[in-house]
Design a protein around this ligand. Structure first.
Ligand code: MEV
Length: 308
């Protein structure tokens, strides 16, 4: 049996439908050209260790072992190992270029990379989904599975929690977006719990908002497949408004959206769980101006083309 193996996982950008997706509304998501690459070595005995490394500087970003049972990262490692059932101990080094907790799917990419390496080592490919789901339950609480789907499959697709076929690919021309890390983020599990608490107090209103997000997502799928960027941009703005109504935006996220629109972006919204983290803007022909304006404000920003 091999003693070491590698695995990869992708970051993600939710274009439409975060939070509502937890309650069964379809969402649209794309794999990012950013991700995690794990090198996993089997050990004779535990505790298992995990080191996150910045691939640019080769510096450690975080280190833990399974004995740090109070740390989410150590809990996630234990959950991944438990999904493989065997009494197995590993040393996992994960090179990750997705900012942590920014809404870009770093936790799912990390879990997917480790789980795939373990699956290769133990010849257990069928355990990968359960391993990533167990890890995501620690970071996300009631996770819809959208980050896991993007981390494992990449591409541009519609995701529906609980559907017979949760992943439906979307065929569209490449979508030019710019992404901005607008300030410190909040843990996803905390944001998902916050929405659940407000939803319990305002159930009929929240169900209206979820239906609105569902309608936006359905229109967005058509606009995406037609490459109708002006229409798509307006739908992004509407979805951002709905996320504000759910209570997950912040002053910085709203400000970053306004800056992008002021520099010619066709639309902008927060992405992921909110409470800080990332926004993205639709920027055909305007990516440089938008990214420059965000950077001038002191935020990290970059442009990518999604799908295509
Ligand atoms: C987080 O990336 C997306 C949320 O909708 C949570 C989830 O779907 O698991 C906020």
């Amino acid at each position: 049996m091999a003693m070491s193996a590698e695995g990869e996982g992708r970051g993600k950008l939710i274009l439409f439908g975060e939070h509502a997706v937890v309650y069964g509304v379809p969402a649209i998501v794309a794999g990012l050209p950013l991700g995690a690459r794990a090198q996993v070595v089997l050990l004779d005995e535990g505790p298992s260790r995990l080191c996150l490394i910045d691939p640019d500087s080769d510096r450690p970003l975080a280190v833990c072992d399974e004995s740090h049972a109070d740390q989410p990262l150590a809990q996630a490692l234990s959950a991944i190992l438990a999904a493989f059932g065997d009494e197995v101990a590993v040393d996992a080094r994960v090179y990750i270029d997705i900012p942590a907790g920014a809404g870009l799917g770093s936790s799912a990419a990390l879990a997917a990379a480790i789980a795939r390496a373990l699956a290769a080592l133990l010849d257990r490919p069928s355990a990968v989904q359960a391993a990533v789901a167990a890890s995501e339950a620690i970071f996300h609480g009631d996770a819809s599975g959208i980050d896991q789907a993007a981390a494992l499959s990449g591409g541009l697709f519609r995701f529906t929690r609980g559907a017979d076929q949760p992943i439906r690919p979307i065929h569209a021309p490449g979508v030019p977006v710019s992404i901005c890390l607008a300030g410190a983020s909040a843990p996803t599990a905390h944001m998902v719990r916050g929405v659940a608490a407000r939803r319990a107090r305002h159930r009929p209103v929240f169900e209206h908002i979820e239906r609105l997000i569902g309608a936006v997502t359905a229109d967005a799928q058509i606009a995406l497949s037609q490459g109708d960027w002006p229409r798509l941009g307006e739908l992004l703005d509407i979805n951002h408004g709905a996320l504000c109504a759910l209570g997950v935006s912040t002053q910085d996220l709203d400000h970053a959206c306004h800056i992008a629109r002021g520099c010619g972006a066709l639309g902008a919204k927060l992405t992921g769980s909110g409470g800080g983290g990332c926004v993205f803007a639709l920027t055909p022909g305007t990516s440089e101006a938008v990214v420059e304006a965000w950077r001038a404000r002191g935020w990290r920003a970059f442009s990518v083309v999604l799908g295509g």
